[in-house]
Design a protein around this ligand. Structure first.
Ligand code: ZN
Length: 233
């Protein structure tokens, strides 16, 4: 399974063939895909698959071990070997990319352990191992937006998973293991601000994100603070 979004998260359309069909569960497996599979707090992509005969709607993309499964509304006449054109819902995905990249930067602004998170197209959040007095909403918002304005580029490098084991400080989210591709792990670098392993989708430059608004900081336990963010667009 070739994951096109790992090399280029801006691919909205692609051509490939069906390599597996699960009729009972309405699941389609493709030779390659640009659809991101639900994982690491980021929702799966939705969109369409089109053959020469028909178009079917993809209502969810699921990650199963190293493969991705496209859940369709109805399997119709889709068969193994069919050539298809896949199209992802770009509006939604681009918002996820902005949110996802902004959450990396939120990690850089709040240097505490991340215990959970969720990405949405309207609102996203990260949970930090922090107490009541350690987070100031106005302060976080100012620092985060200052970083966004500095037009940092987002770049990638691949390292052996053994190398990462020697640098545990790079892993910010203890609850999510960074995904492996052929024994390697992808590091995501945002200028000189943030470096962490991640298999998700990001924008190319922080300037694409615009301004971020910090919402409520919720109390979710003695050492757990939930920071909510939204895009200002
Ligand atoms: Zn990421």
């Amino acid at each position: 399974m070739i994951k096109l979004f790992e090399e280029n998260s801006y691919i909205r359309e692609f051509e490939t063939q069906i390599i597996n069909v699960n009729i009972e569960k309405n699941l389609i497996e493709l030779e390659k895909t640009a659809f991101y599979g639900k994982s690491g707090g980021q929702p799966g992509d939705i969109g369409t698959l089109t053959t020469s005969m028909e178009t079917v709607e993809v209502i969810e993309t699921l990650k199963k071990e190293s493969t991705l499964l496209h859940q369709v509304k109805s399997i119709k006449n889709l068969k193994i070997g069919n050539l298809i054109k896949g199209r992802i819902n770009w509006d939604k995905r681009y918002k996820f990319m902005k949110m996802h990249t902004a959450l990396h930067l939120l990690c850089a602004v709040i240097p505490m352990e991340v215990t959970g998170g969720q990405i949405g197209d309207v609102k996203s959040r990260l949970d930090f191992n922090a107490d009541a007095n350690s987070l100031n909403k106005e302060d976080i918002q100012e620092k985060l937006n200052q970083i966004l304005k500095n037009n940092h580029e987002i770049t990638y490098e691949w390292i052996e998973s053994k190398e990462l084991e020697k640098k545990p400080e790079l892993v910010r989210t203890m609850s999510v293991k960074p995904p492996k591709t052929n024994g390697k792990i992808r590091l995501v670098k945002i200028g000189n601000v943030d470096l962490q392993p991640c298999g998700g989708t990001h924008v190319k430059n922080t300037s694409e994100i615009g301004m971020i608004i910090i919402g409520k900081i919720e109390n979710k336990g003695r050492m757990n603070r939930r920071v909510n963010i939204s895009l200002n667009d």
